[in-house]
Design a protein around this ligand. Structure first.
Ligand code: PMP
Length: 360
């Protein structure tokens, strides 16, 4: 290796060099049910109208007012309470990074139930923060209230994430336990409502009661995963601090325009979400009826299911052209668990057929 390149690489943190990039599975030509995307595109006439809108955007300028228009439209869409403010991220992934940066004092810790969304831990690690994962209850993936409270008392986390519903388990947790956690928290509590379009949940009401709570949402699961827009709502004083860490112009003018267009057609997305919720129930029943499959109840657009040999079943489904996620390696509680995103009725039929054939 060239000596200069070697020297340059030596400047990169050892833990970064030892880590792997976030994996994105290749899916060309497959029934893609691996990362909780909305399978529906816009109807052709709306897709064409969006094209015309994007075609008129002045891409020679940095993003300006349209980003603020989008923030205001999202705040209205979410029912942001008075006294609160909103900031936008290039996906909620970027908001998670901003939050880690915001609390990055020596010794600071992030806590979340575990298993949960992997970026909480990754972003903690990349900011040299401690991460505490508190195991969920093995039987039903409910919060272990006493364990959560004990961990909060011991570690005094500056930031707690509650993925609500939880990725990858799909469930909502007991509201009483969540209230106890918030009341015990010595710092920020982020309710990550990425899957809110599919759930009977709305944490906005918590904002009035608890000033330390922030609600994070995304347009990804709504139907704009490719556009990359996440948003964070909380007390204006808190949001102002997090917003200082937002890379300037992080929302492209094209993304802002697409986000605004989608909100103008929110009823289309609401009806897609209703279809997916109904499909979720149908798929759940079909999985329950299948010998050797134990599905867990879900309020998201995915279902976690335990099989006898997840690696073999995953490989069998892949060979049959259906891509799901093998979650087994992510956490001991997820042994032999597959995470299946809900697709269109046809995709779900293909998935169920492939699953049945792939069970050993
Ligand atoms: N939060 C949760 C719980 C998620 O599962 C995901 C993505 N799978 C995200 C946040 C990030 O979403 P995005 O960056 O697309 O907004």
């Amino acid at each position: 290796m060239n000596a200069d390149l070697k020297q340059a690489l030596a400047c990169i943190r050892d833990d970064v060099r030892a880590s792997q990039a976030y994996p994105v599975a290749s899916s060309a030509g497959m029934v893609k049910l691996d990362v909780m995307e909305n399978p529906f595109r816009l109807p052709p006439e709306l897709q064409a109208a969006l094209g015309a809108r994007l075609g008129a955007v002045a891409i020679n300028r940095y993003p300006a007012e349209r980003t603020q228009d989008l923030a205001a439209a999202l705040a209205r869409h979410a029912g942001m309470p008075s006294g609160c403010a909103i900031t936008l991220g290039n996906g909620s992934d970027e908001l998670i990074s901003m939050l880690s940066m915001a609390i990055s004092k020596p010794g600071a810790k992030i806590l979340s139930p575990s298993p949960s969304f992997v970026m909480y831990e990754l972003s903690a690690r990349y900011q040299n923060l401690g991460f505490v994962g508190v195991p969920l209850r093995a039987v039903d993936f409910e919060l272990d209230g006493p364990a959560m409270l004990a961990a909060i008392a011991e570690h005094q986390p500056a930031l707690i994430y509650l993925s609500y519903p939880n990725n990858p388990t799909g469930n909502l947790w007991d509201a009483g336990v969540i209230a106890q956690i918030i009341e015990a928290a010595p710092g920020l509590v982020v309710m990550d409502e990425a899957y809110q379009p599919f759930a009977a949940s709305d944490s906005m009401a918590l904002l009035a009661r608890y000033p330390q709570v922030l609600v994070m949402r995304t347009m990804s699961k709504f139907g704009l995963a490719g556009v990359r827009i996440g948003y964070l709502i909380g007390q204006a004083a808190l949001i102002a601090e997090v917003d200082k860490l937002r890379p300037p112009f992080n929302i492209s003018v094209l993304n802002a325009e697409a986000g605004l267009f989608a909100l103008e057609h929110a009823e289309v997305y609401a009806s897609q979400a209703a279809t997916l919720r109904a499909e979720r129930e149908r798929v759940f029943e079909a999985l329950q009826a299948m010998a050797g499959v134990e599905p867990f109840p879900s309020q998201g657009n995915m279902i976690l299911a335990r099989v006898e040999d997840a690696a073999a079943t995953f490989a069998g489904m892949k060979a049959r052209g259906v891509l799901i996620k093998n979650s087994s390696a992510a956490h001991p509680l997820l042994a032999n668990c597959l995470r299946i995103t809900i697709g269109t009725a046809e995709e779900n039929q293909a998935m169920l057929a492939a699953l049945k054939e792939s069970l050993s």
